[in-house]
Design a protein around this ligand. Sequence first.
Ligand SMILES: Cc1ncc(COP(=O)(O)O)c(C=O)c1O
Length: 412
Amino acid sequence: MAGPVPSAGASAGRNPLTQLTLADLRQRTSVKWRMHPPDVLPLWVAEMDVPLAPAVADVLRRAVDLGDTGYPHGTAYAEALGEFAAGRWGWHDFRVDHTTVVPDVMMGIVEVLRLVTDPGDAVVVCSPVYAPFYAFVSHAGRRMVEAPLGADLRIDPAALDDAFRRARAAGRRPAFLLANPHNPTGVVHRRDELETVAALADRHGVRVISDEIHAPIVLAGARFTPYLTVAGAENAFALTSASKAWNLAGLKAALAIAGPRAAADLRRMPEEVSHGPSHLGVLAHTAALRAGGPWLDLVLDGLDENRTLLATLLAKHLPSVTYHRPEGTYLAWLDCTALGVAAEQPAGEPGVASDLAGPARMFLDRARVALSSGHVFGTGGAGFVRLNFATAPEILTEAVTRMGRAVEASAG
Ligand SMILES: Cc1ncc(COP(=O)(O)O)c(C=O)c1O
């Protein structure tokens, strides 16, 4: 029987990634821990193996004690984001009146797409990219146009220019769905890169929707640039929440933010969209942004250590795998093409996050480690895996050791 899970209050000042044991984590009922049998180490979906931040747990506990479980009200969430954005990123002209609460980032993206594109219009993405972009966009009746990342995994302006031209030719009102920072590569786009995006979007008449859900998770050495602070981005949108940085995916509430020339579009968002976010979600995300900064800093330090540990582990156990050190997120994009397993299995369609092929299938079957399969992230993803390193160093070590053994056994 697993021991008691440490209370969030007891965790102040320590690395949140080292506070839960595998036995604690296996008591969880979320998809990360229940998708695969208990002998599998799950390093796939973007959930973190941390207790709840004390500031968030306290607010939720108080709401439960009060029976404060009605409908959300007010603009506290947007105000908290505005304060966080000013403090962390120097975003001082953040406008609370240019925001609206949406159920989550993906639903917010779909609702913004409905405002600025029509069915059949093209949506550009920089592939490989977060798999649900494909599913949500195509299920909303829009067509995907890919602008593959460059060999350095950064946005390729020539590919983007070409994709914008094709998107424009294909429909009346194209959009660009930007992952800022980028998932799965962990690249944090620089301001000059985003200025290039804005200039290209302006030239081709493309509306930009910037998914900034990973924005608070930028590691030492990189700096996050909110897209709406970039020159030329006035008619763009951003979507964000505290979901990734404070592990709140189960507490639904996100924010859509309009640039000054997109505010009128955002006001056309149907009223019923605001019925989706939950009051507990709004309370939790607000508390995270307002009072969860010190806890986040401990997580960021822990992630930075894991980022380095992963490099050491890969060099030792999987030297033929190429690791592009991520600048942000807690996701590592691993080039496994040299393992020679990519061709073993046919790659499926992009978009189904849990679908497995090639190296990810091999690591699940032979190492009992669950990773995200590269092919689901679109063109350029086959032969790669995405590894979530927001876990305890011991679990990371065990996972990579097992992966190395599996490759060694299949070679021998
Ligand atoms: C880039 C990106 N966007 C959106 C999401 C999902 O956000 P939500 O659960 O708020 O829809 C994720 C989750 O990992 C993500 O990585």
